[in-house]
Design a protein around this ligand. Structure first.
Ligand code: HGY
Ligand code: MN
Ligand code: MN
Length: 416
């Protein structure tokens, strides 16, 4: 006789339908999503999630960073909740699954428990963290960072997007400043289910990633000062070329990352030229270098090398230079007990699995500072993410949600 819940599975169709319905909000131009944080589309997605949670009998709490907490009560009034979450905000050319899968799989876990009439001892709280992506307002994982005490709320509220809009004002504008003190909530455990956003699970033919660690990150924002001048009539010897300095710094970042293989990455995703006119040499170039490694020594060594080399490159071109760290977290080790729980759930369910280190950052990295935390991953097609063509299968989505369901039940305990 199977123990209660032993063979439980989520409703794969219902999970998939919820993903497809959420994907209709903030559509991209190539089949993905542009539901950036604190936009009207974000607000619409929040309202849809809220309505679904209401339908599942959950009660909503919102903190002053707009983090959404949807609670399913437990039977033990003294038991701290099990949090299950991720993020609904997307990149400007994001996929349909990055973050969304973890939030909606959390809801699917609750819906499945409701279907089976299972009560848990610990409450379960499905969570949507504000501004995980850091695309519009740096840094990434901003609101979970405030929740974990890594950033102050004032710092977060003052962050500006490329158009100069201010985080706190935008959160106010969309009407999602809650009344809960951010970080006041205490967690018994935190689970985050997420697509891998890399090629390993698919290449290895594994259904489930048992996430043991997450690599650390630095975001270094460079501001280079050149001299605006005519691109046609200014002799090459008279140029103060900030664009050339940026190009040489990018090449140097590539070299530093390749010298630290295996287990290091470095690159640039965002550059602003001012005045950004075809026939004007830029007076100002602002760009963010993104370097990461699971190895603390490599991570910090890369930062030191880049910050030592960049001024030399600029000095040789007479270009002004400043750099500010606008994002950082050290490599994260997830809770071994929860990692073992995830592994056992995958084994009990008969899913192939392997240990994996997360290449991308997640809210779980900050949750791990305040509670036992871990992650579950599913493959994604070609390892592609942060691209509108990001794709997973319904089977992959459901397998990870099944593992999440079993891990949550194991940790929350089934009430008699
Ligand atoms: O940057 C990251 O790793 C995450 O997608 N915010
Ligand atoms: Mn994500
Ligand atoms: Mn992302």
């Amino acid at each position: 006789m199977a123990a209660p819940g032993e063979n439980m599975r989520v409703n794969a169709d219902r999970l998939w339908d919820s993903l497809m319905d959420m994907a209709k909000i903030g559509p991209g131009i190539a089949g993905g999503n542009n539901r950036q944080t604190l936009t009207d589309a974000d607000a619409e997605g929040r309202r849809l999630f809220q309505a679904w949670c209401d339908g599942a009998g959950l009660t909503m709490g919102v903190d002053t960073m707009g983090n959404m907490f949807m609670t399913r009560p437990g039977t033990d009034p003294d038991a701290l909740p099990i949090y299950v979450g991720s993020h609904l905000d997307t990149q400007p050319t994001g996929g349909k699954y990055d973050g969304v899968l973890g939030v909606l799989a959390g809801l699917e876990v609750v819906r499945s428990l409701n279907d089976l009439g299972i009560r848990t001892k610990h409450p379960i709280v499905v969570t949507n963290w504000t501004n995980e992506e850091g695309a519009r307002f740096a840094p990434a994982m901003l609101a979970s960072g405030v929740f974990a005490g890594v950033h102050t709320q004032d710092y977060a509220y003052g962050r500006k997007d490329p158009e100069g809009k201010v985080f706190g004002e935008e959160l106010q504008r969309i009407g999602w400043i809650g009344d809960e003190t951010v970080g006041a909530r205490k967690m018994h455990a935190y689970f985050e289910y997420h697509i891998e956003q890399g090629p390993i699970l698919e290449a290895e033919g594994k259904d489930i990633g048992v996430v043991t660690h997450c690599q650390g990150l630095w975001w270094l924002e460079f501001t280079l000062t050149g001299r605006e001048a005519h691109t046609g009539s200014t002799p090459m010897t008279m140029r103060v070329n900030a664009g050339l300095a940026m190009a040489r710094i990018l090449e140097m970042v590539q070299t530093v990352a390749m010298e630290n293989q295996p287990g290091a990455v470095g690159g640039v995703g965002q550059v602003f030229f001012s005045p950004n006119s075809r026939n004007v040499l830029p007076g100002k170039v602002v760009f963010t270098v993104d370097i990461r490694s699971p190895d603390q020594k490599k991570l910090d060594g890369m930062r030191a090398r880049i910050e030592a080399e960049a001024p030399k490159i600029c000095a040789a071109l007479g270009v002004g230079y400043s750099v500010e760290a606008v994002g950082h977290f050290d490599p994260v080790t997830f809770d071994p007990t929860l990692v073992a729980t995830v592994r056992k759930a995958a084994e009990d369910l008969g899913y192939s699995h392997m240990n994996i280190i997360s290449g991308a950052g997640h809210d779980a990295c900050w949750a791990a500072k305040v509670a036992p935390a871990t992650m579950i991953m599913c493959p994604c097609v070609g390892g592609l993410s942060h691209n509108e063509a990001e794709d997973i299968s319904k089977e992959w989505a459901a397998a990870g949600a099944d593992v999440l369901l079993h891990a949550v039940i194991e940790t929350a305990g089934i009430a008699e």
